[in-house]
Design a protein around this ligand. Structure first.
Ligand SMILES: Cc1cc2nc3c(=O)[nH]c(=O)nc-3n(C[C@H](O)[C@H](O)[C@H](O)COP(=O)(O)OP(=O)(O)OC[C@H]3O[C@@H](n4cnc5c(N)ncnc54)[C@H](O)[C@@H]3O)c2cc1C
Length: 363
């Protein structure tokens, strides 16, 4: 079937990465081996969980989807081993914050193997066997009823590539801020397309938040508009059992590698989520990255209890970043206060004051 068009929007999303694991290509949902990307993938897994009532699972990947799945499976009574090739889980955060998430997984009974690369999955009458290489080169073997591979995504560009569009960052379809590709009258949006990052320029950030904004802009411009995508900051948040982890902007290593002339430095502090005299106070770990010379906020990472309003707080930093604020100016924000929920200086402001004390006033 062919359909002619005046304006075309390509929104083909991203596909799961299939890491080079021996046996993976041959094994699928009928043998208890799953990828997780589409609704269809999720339904296949749900059906299998209902039909077979598996007792154990290996999750390959310790990114945010893998962590969410660890919680979901443990909640259903499935014993989870989580295997991550990098030295930490949730590698979008710094290692010291990733360690807090790892401890939370362990607290809830998840076996976490980091620095461990899965090499092979095999199956026999007894179930699935996963062989992996541990951090010291040792062979680790786990048996499981389910293997779930959530090892990242790559942009799905086949359709657009066939038409000859230019590709950009991480092999995504290169678009300008009006979501125009290199071919006239062809727009692209979402996970298949590059992302304008407000601090870095062209990147690829496959997030639902970005996809929604880009799709709206592509649609408006395909109809003759001239709207520009304001840019992403990679703001994201994930719940892992009783903790929530969030980040926006850059961490210090990323800011240093960006080559923008910043002198990035960070500070780590633990703040109360609300007034200590009010029951139920919980610690909130905040790491801020800023430019030592200008005091410009470059990024924030937060971890705290699920009730500690982490999403609201990372969004305050995201808003400050969006508007190019200096860390010192965060203390000027008129933020809400009531003892059960916050302090007169909110935790985001107290953390900003720590950064300022460590890197500006004493500089
Ligand atoms: C488990 C999971 C959890 C997530 N959680 C979050 C989250 O908490 N926060 C967040 O911001 N983001 C999250 N994301 C990411 C978010 O879902 C994506 O960024 C978003 O769906 C991208 O939207 P999209 O329209 O670009 O692509 P998609 O939603 O992937 O849609 C693309 C569609 O195009 C179809 N398609 C592809 N090729 C063709 C073709 N040739 N012809 C016709 N159709 C085609 C695909 O089948 C697909 O249905 C999550 C993703 C997953 C998998």
């Amino acid at each position: 079937m062919s359909v002619s068009y005046a304006e075309l929007i390509v929104a083909t999303g991203a596909d799961s990465v299939r890491p080079p694991i021996a046996g993976l290509r041959e094994l699928g949902p009928d043998r208890g081996v799953f990828l997780l990307r589409s609704i269809g993938d999720a339904r296949a897994l749900m059906d299998d969980l209902s039909a077979r009532q598996p007792g154990s699972a290996v999750i390959v990947g310790g990114g945010y989807t893998g962590l969410e799945m660890a919680e979901a499976l443990m909640t259903r009574g499935v014993q989870v081993t989580q295997i991550e090739a990098l030295p930490q889980v949730l590698p979008t955060l710094d290692a010291d914050l990733g360690a807090l998430i790892r401890a939370e997984l362990a607290l809830h009974g998840v076996e976490v193997l980091t620095g461990t690369t899965v090499a092979e999955v095999t199956t026999d009458a007894a179930g699935l066997t996963v062989r992996a290489k541990g951090p010291d080169g040792q062979t680790l073997v786990r048996t499981a009823d389910v293997v779930l591979v959530v090892a990242g995504v790559r942009p799905n560009t086949a359709l657009a590539e066939g038409a000859g569009v230019r590709l950009g960052a991480r092999g995504a379809i290169a678009v300008d801020r009006r979501m125009r590709t290199s071919i006239p009258h062809v727009f692209a949006a979402g996970d298949c397309a590059t992302t304008h990052h407000r601090l870095l320029g062209e990147t690829w950030l496959p997030l639902g938040t970005t996809a929604h904004k880009q799709g709206r802009i592509a649609g408006e411009n395909a109809l003759g508009g001239s709207r520009e995508f304001a840019g992403s900051l990679g703001t994201q948040v994930v719940k892992v059992f009783d903790l929530v982890a969030a980040r926006t902007g850059l961490h210090t290593a990323g800011a240093a590698a960006a080559g923008r002339g910043w002198s990035p430095v960070d500070s780590l502090s633990v703040q109360d989520d609300h007034k200590r005299y009010y029951p139920g106070v919980s610690p909130l770990t905040i790491k801020l990255t800023g430019d030592r010379d200008s005091g410009l906020l470059l990024g924030a990472q937060l971890i705290g209890h699920v009730g500690a309003e982490i999403a609201k707080r990372v969004d305050i930093y995201a808003t400050a970043l969006f508007h190019g604020m200096r860390i010192e100016e965060i203390s000027d924000l008129d933020l809400s206060y009531t003892p059960p929920l916050a302090s007169t200086w909110d935790a985001v402001q107290a953390a900003a004051q720590v950064w300022d004390r460590e890197h500006q006033r004493l500089a």
